[in-house]
Design a protein around this ligand. Structure first.
Ligand code: ZN
Ligand code: FE
Length: 260
């Protein structure tokens, strides 16, 4: 059983720390800042064994050089070796490796960046997904490098994971995402409930993460492209655009969110 600890960084980043009870070893995902991680390691007497990187943006890798002292394993995408800090293990989609007694599998998720990967522990109950800036609670990452087709396909890859998968995204963007989502689907009762739950959590300064894939499928419009309500909303917002294909609809929805 892995414990996943959230270490807040910057304004709205989460650095996820993985540990198991009775073990002093731990791993972190996307340490954009070394300081809050070091503080946690010291206060808990933990030893950093490795670092997972989802993509090359500074708010995800900024702390690596400081944290990756001798003996710390840094794992990231082979495709981005020239834009990531030095890696000990270079991975591509489908690769598997061991971490604290569990098997993690690599998913290739181009879109936000071209070399974006995610890590999923499928042998964990429930499965755990570390998806960086691809899927957010209630939303998805911006298209900085990839196409709408790529990002849509990447989100479909995630959607094919088990419904019980816990979604550990890298940012606390949930409230603004759900506010946009409720403009797209004003009559989705689960979405309204989730929006209220997240408002309550944020009012108490609590994290809205992790989410579950089941909840994302019910409320995240970027995973609901095929729903007639979402298509209707797109048709109304973009009366002149054609959105016959799912990828076209995805592109329109992403551009609507970018302007919102
Ligand atoms: Zn990013
Ligand atoms: Fe980010």
């Amino acid at each position: 059983m892995l414990d996943v600890i959230s270490i807040p960084a910057f304004n709205d980043n989460y650095i996820w720390l993985l540990r198991t009870a009775g073990d002093k070893r731990c791993w972190v995902v996307d340490p954009g800042d070394a300081q809050p991680v070091q503080r946690y390691l010291e206060s808990e007497g933990l030893h950093l064994e490795g670092i997972l990187l989802t993509h090359h943006h500074a708010d995800h890798i900024g702390g690596v050089m400081e944290l990756a002292t001798k003996g710390v394993t840094v794992i990231g995408a082979l495709q981005d070796i020239y834009r990531l800090p030095p890696l000990n293990v270079q991975v591509t989609g489908g690769d598997r490796f061991q971490l604290l007694g569990h098997t993690l599998q690599v998913l290739e998720l181009p879109g936000h960046t071209l070399g974006h990967v995610a890590f999923v522990a499928l042998d964990h109950q429930p499965p755990l997904l570390f998806c960086g800036d691809t899927l957010f609670a209630g939303g998805c990452g911006r298209l900085f490098e990839g196409t709408a087709e790529q990002m849509h396909a990447s989100l479909q890859t995630i959607a094919n994971l088990p419904d019980s998968t816990q979604v550990y995204a890298a940012h606390e963007y949930t409230l603004s995402n759900l506010e946009f989502a409720s403009r797209v689907e004003p009559n989705n009762p689960q979405l309204q409930q989730r929006l209220q739950d997240c408002r309550d959590k944020r009012a108490q300064n609590l994290s809205t993460l992790p989410s579950t894939l089941l909840l994302e499928k019910a409320t995240n419009p970027f995973l609901r492209i095929a729903q007639p309500e979402v298509r209707l909303a797109l048709q109304q917002y973009f009366p002149d655009a054609s959105c016959k294909e799912d990828a076209d609809a995805f592109r329109l929805l992403r551009s609507w969110k970018d302007k919102a």
